[in-house]
Design a protein around this ligand. Structure first.
Ligand SMILES: [Ca+2]
Ligand SMILES: [Ca+2]
Length: 114
């Protein structure tokens, strides 16, 4: 095959990371390479997640694993995962669908041989 030293999974991951970084930069209005409360607030508004500045502050504090008071790219990825889960819980149909896909296989029927 002509194209691949990378597996499909890795190249998809690369694409996702690039897109995520673009998103991060879009909201990093002051190019500080971190997101501050006001920038996060805008992002949450664009995600149609109703919130207040106080809640954004709380959220930032919770996601700020290195304790510098702002959100860097690594923290941002964790944050996005959280937003995704929040949105999912608002969309019962999608949540159900994903749950079904993640359903464990049916229990193995006890054989009558014993
Ligand atoms: Ca910033
Ligand atoms: Ca931080």
């Amino acid at each position: 095959m002509a194209n691949d030293s990378k597996s499909g999974v890795m190249s998809n991951l690369d694409k996702t990371m690039t897109e995520t970084y673009k998103l991060f930069c879009k909201y990093d209005r002051d190019n500080s390479e971190t997101l501050e409360v006001s920038e996060l607030f805008l992002l949450l508004q664009d995600c149609k997640i109703p919130t207040s500045e106080a809640e954004v502050k709380k959220c930032l504090k919770a996601m700020d694993t290195n304790g510098d008071g702002v959100m860097d790219f690594m923290e941002f990825m964790t944050f996005l995962g959280m937003i995704y889960m929040i949105r999912l819980s608002n969309k019962t149909a999608i949540a159900k669908e994903i749950k079904n896909k993640a359903k464990p296989p049916p229990p193995i029927r006890k054989s009558s041989l014993y």
